[in-house]
Design a protein around this ligand. Structure first.
Ligand SMILES: NC(=O)c1ccc[n+]([C@@H]2O[C@H](COP(=O)([O-])OP(=O)(O)OC[C@H]3O[C@@H](n4cnc5c(N)ncnc54)[C@H](O)[C@@H]3O)[C@@H](O)[C@H]2O)c1
Length: 282
């Protein structure tokens, strides 16, 4: 897809971090932009910021963990702009700790936002895009966590592995049935965003309880690791280029330490070797 002007992009998790930067870069292409997020005040501020002469921005408060909410997002988009050409299933949250100490609610929250968020996105938007018949592109935000397995962040890794495999299967299915709809999977390295404070949007019915030392340690680690890391703008540029080039795997450049960690895991599997502990040297 090379012609962005006048087309419509939908971004989930658009009120902060990578999603906000995606909304900005799509607006710079003179696209209509639909910003979807669960955090109302931040969403309103993002819509105000992205709106500009020649750019129509629509904010839709959305919980990506709810099929009804994502269906309403698709309906609101089509009602306002008539069609949708780019969908970024980007909203995601993080928590960490030891797998056997984390609560059912920890699992439920991450699976609901990180996995079901992408599932609801594709179930509601793909039929709309196929019906339109024009060139479209879906970008699912996974993580380099989908290509390796590190301790103390197991639920997050699991959900991001699911996003990658779902995206690969979607790629094959669309290539065979509706090749005008393309797919990319964004696998960022560490990015300086609000992800370490994901719990700000954790639903009350899945509230954190009895936070363990390992959970605290994991949250401190992600706070330290993301602070001062890559600017979200780099990711937005990577996505834009990926859509232009129709690249599926949107990865950090060769030589990035996360690529080495991912290669080690792939090599473990190829050689039927037990998992190597090879965190990125960052
Ligand atoms: N920051 C990183 O280092 C990093 C690395 C790899 C992948 N990612 C992924 O990038 C994506 C964006 O995260 P970010 O780093 O920009 O974090 P962020 O916290 O800055 O932005 C995430 C946005 O998602 C929204 N959100 C949370 N729950 C939601 C829900 N149920 N429905 C709708 N919106 C919801 C939040 O309000 C927030 O605006 C996530 O999928 C994350 O897993 C981030």
């Amino acid at each position: 897809m090379l012609d962005f002007k006048g087309k419509t992009a939908v971004v989930t998790g658009a009120a902060s971090g990578i999603g906000l930067e995606l909304a900005r870069i799509f607006a710079e292409q003179d696209m209509n932009v639909v910003l979807a997020d669960i955090e109302r005040d931040a969403l309103d501020a993002a819509v105000d910021e992205v709106s500009a002469p020649g750019v129509e921005a629509l904010g839709v408060v959305t919980d990506v963990g709810s099929g009804k909410s994502v269906a309403a997002l698709c309906e609101a988009t089509v009602a306002r702009f008539g069609s949708v050409q780019v969908l970024c299933n980007n909203a995601g949250v993080y928590t960490g700790g030891l797998l056997w100490e984390q609560t059912e609610d920890d699992y439920e929250w991450l699976m609901r936002v990180n996995q079901w968020g992408v599932i609801h996105g594709l179930r509601h938007f793909v039929p709309q895009m196929i019906e339109q018949g024009d060139a479209c592109h879906i970008v699912n935000t996974s993580s380099m966590a989908s290509l390796c397995t590190l301790p103390f962040a197991g639920i997050y890794h699991m959900t991001k592995h699911a996003v990658l495999s779902l995206s690969e299967c979607l790629f094959h299915e669309l290539a065979m049935t509706a090749p005008q709809v393309n797919v990319s999977c964004l696998c960022p390295e560490l990015v300086n965003t609000g992800i370490a404070t994901s719990a700000r949007n954790r639903p009350a019915e899945l509230a954190e309880e009895n936070v363990t030392d390992m959970q605290n340690m994991s949250m401190t680690a992600i706070t330290d690791a993301t602070a001062g890391s890559l600017a979200p703008r780099i990711l937005a540029e990577r996505v834009l280029q990926g859509i232009k080039d129709n690249t599926f795997y949107l990865l950090p450049p060769a030589g990035n330490p996360w690529r080495d960690t991912a290669s080690t895991r792939l090599e473990d599997i190829r050689l039927v070797r037990n998992p190597t502990f090879a965190p990125p040297a960052i």
